[in-house]
Design a protein around this ligand. Sequence first.
Ligand code: CTP
Ligand code: MG
Length: 510
Amino acid sequence: MQNERREQAQRTVLIHCPEKISENKFLKYLSQHGPINNHFFYESFGLYAVVEFCRKESVGSLQNGTQTPNMAMETAIPFRSRFLSLKLKNQTSKQSCIQSSNQLPPSNRKLFELLCYAESIDDQLNTLLKEFQLTEENTKLRYLTCSLIEDIAAAYFPDCVVRPFGSSVNTFGKLGCDLDMFLDLDETRNLSTHKTSGNFLMEFQVKNVPSERIATQKILSVIGECLDHFGPGCVGVQKILNARCPLVRFSHQASGFQCDLTTNNKIALTSSELLYIYGTLDSRVRALVFGIRCWARAHSLTSSIPGAWITNFSLTMMVIFFLQRRSPPILPTLDSLKTLADAEDKCIIEGNNCTFVHDLNRIKPSGNTETLELLLKEFFEYFGNFAFNKNSINIRQGREQNKPDSSPLYIQNPFETSLNISKNVSQSQLQKFVDLAQESAWILQQEDTHRPSVSSNQPWGLAAVLLPSVPNRGSLTKKKRKRSANERVKNLLESLKSNRTANFTETNEK
Ligand code: CTP
Ligand code: MG
């Protein structure tokens, strides 16, 4: 699927369009270069079109008829890419109504309306999933953005591949989530290994550095410079090279994606694949993960700023672990997925065994028939009472184990088993998670007896636990609200401090 999407993206261009444009004329103009397979428009500080040609040659033909702009006050760096700008020669073009595809999550207001009119908590969770999941167009835009970045990196490494990973591809992505990219240089490294014959072996003359890490830092440093100086629409480029997993962070303005580019990070690709399998195995998994992710965001348990907060990745692991603990289990353990693997699935990365079955048909469906409503309640109940002080979470074995160190929250990395994916989480953030889980469990229990009539638009069920502060909860509410405001300030300070010293705690952990 990834190869197919990548190939589609290579035949695609991104065009900044004037607001007043006739769709038909636009398509006719572009068709001079060859037939168009697919196109859509979207708005993000202006109108943009994503146009996929049927043939790759069409892109070259379009580029050949494209000019570098002449600036009056500034000088353009003549960099040719597939990100173009369409200008109207004749300003009198008639305005037409262009249908633009939405790339943003629903507003809180719309979400609450939808949730209030849903028929059950199961219905609410499925509605939330439908509203937040990545659309076909958004996925196309993600692959296109990777492909545009690949063109820039290819100036140095012609056979490189830039692959999306993380929530853009693991089935747990919400509209608006960041775009994690992996610069894969393996093709460059391995390309000619099979082409030798006879007594001779030819090698490239190369520069050597003392370690893989230094090589990664050097490569990312240069690509980061290149994005900063030549990358159309790439702004706010930050090189975070001292993190555990070095990365270049930037905004791709036209697509609106916050991008994290890494290399030498193969395990993260494998863990994205594993999450994809978990997300596809049972339809309840994604609905519950989206519900919990939205719940955590609504209560500021997660944040887009790196810091001592729980991450979405950790929350997903907690949901998977919880679903492995049901009776009968809804999800298999990673160890049992390893047992089902065959020779083709075998995968060792940097000495870590990353083997698991890839053929979904070989995994027996779960016999568990619990409703999403029950699972949501039980999730809050389970983690509201979890012995975080002594136990760790581990999806490999699917059972609690003693914590190997004193980190407040310990979630074992499934493949690099000596690492804790939530090492950044502070005791106060964990406590906030536990308090909110208990409170949400309590609200959902009350609801059994106090569900409002269907016609009322009172928040109930999922909508009630998503509210940042729920009214009518007696004298506690005011005190709690004050405490949580104080906590937020404290946590922000904590995270600013740790950012300055540790250079992005969260990204250190990637
Ligand atoms: N990752 C990891 N260990 C961590 C953090 C991240 O292995 N401590 C890997 C995971 O495969 C994760 C990917 O890097 O999916 C991207 O990380 P991140 O962007 O933080 O998480 P996402 O799953 O993409 O979720 P979000 O929607 O919040 O971006
Ligand atoms: Mg991500």
